[in-house]
Design a protein. Structure first.
Length: 319
């Protein structure tokens, strides 16, 4: 399997797994588990799963101190994205928040153009437009209800932070395997979740009963461990913008789960939305497949959180 095919397959799998978020989150919220606790179990169990996976494969956990700092920062960015999204659920319907969240492919493309001089092609623009229109078709909320401005700001912040995370992963060239890289990202994110619990005053709650633990395990395994792992693989093989566009398949998964698990109605509007999203994904895949191998992925740069003149000594060439 060549790198482009591997990247697109990984992107599809990452989107599908991330789209299973409602399966675990809905049941935990129904039993009055607060946001900090849901996120703690999601990240905490994910760290355990990643650690077991690495031990089975015989991978080393060792990293340099300089990289450890970067992992804490990058994991914190991803965790803050999760926190903002989960907080938005208190101000608006989960379906509305999830729909607005998928503005991150547009933000990713804009940031790549603004800071990394990536050229926006006609096919990329068309794919983003089709995906956006398709996602809008999947939204089935009540148009008579005004959206909370606080909720919208929180979701857009979550989307922006996720775009920054995707770009940062793409810009950090490293010899670490996707498994080891993602383990340290999630561990860094867990520190931010614990800090959020103390700052927000939402004390961690114990889970009782099989259903709650199954929901927590599902939330940690599918939309966290597997989704983040395959997203890392996808970004490394096809770049940040195409990987972000592939994420448009996530709400399609949500619609499928809603119809099959929660007995929601499948309408013509949903069908049109899914067709538009699939068209966007097919266009971006075909466009990337036509490129020469050396043009398949953008030039990599080292991840940098500060201007060159302000870099600290640990900003040296990494392994």
């Amino acid at each position: 399997m060549n790198s482009k095919v591997k990247g697109f397959v990984a992107g599809v799998l990452a989107a599908i797994f991330y789209g299973t978020n409602p399966l675990g989150a809905v049941y935990l919220y129904q039993d009055d588990i607060n946001s900090a606790s849901v996120l703690f179990y999601r990240y905490g169990l994910a760290v355990v799963f990643f650690a077991l996976w690495m031990m089975v494969k015989g991978e080393s956990f060792r990293i340099s101190w300089g990289h450890a700092i970067r992992f804490v920062v990058l994991g914190g960015v991803f965790a803050l994205s999760s926190i903002a999204l989960f907080l938005s659920f208190h101000y608006m319907d989960v379906g509305v928040a999830s729909t607005i969240l998928f503005s991150y492919p547009i933000m990713t493309a804009v940031l790549m153009v603004a800071f990394f001089h990536e050229r926006i092609t006609l096919t990329t623009t068309l794919s983003i437009a089709l995906a956006t229109l398709g996602i809008a078709m999947l939204y089935r909320g009540d148009g008579d209800v005004a959206l909370s401005s606080v909720g919208v700001v929180l979701v857009l912040l979550s989307s922006l932070l996720y775009a920054v995370y995707i770009i940062s992963v793409n810009q950090w060239t490293t010899s670490y395997s996707p498994l080891k890289f993602t383990f340290w990202i999630v561990l860094g994110g867990l520190f931010s979740i614990v800090a959020f619990s103390f700052v927000s005053g939402e004390h961690l709650q114990m889970l009782h009963g099989t259903r709650l633990w199954v929901s927590a395990v599902q939330l940690a395994l599918l939309p966290t461990v597997l989704s983040l792992y395959f997203m890392t693989v996808s970004i490394n093989n096809i770049g940040s913008t195409p990987s972000a566009i592939m994420g448009a398949l996530e709400p399609v998964t949500g619609v499928f789960i809603g119809c099959v698990v929660f007995s929601e109605t499948f309408s013509l509007r949903l069908a049109i939305g899914i067709v538009l999203i699939l068209s966007a994904v097919i266009i971006i895949i075909m466009a990337r497949s036509d490129k020469k191998p050396q043009e398949a992925a953008p030039k990599r740069h080292r991840i940098s959180f500060v201007p060159p003149r302000l870099r600290f000594p640990f900003h040296r060439k990494h392994e």
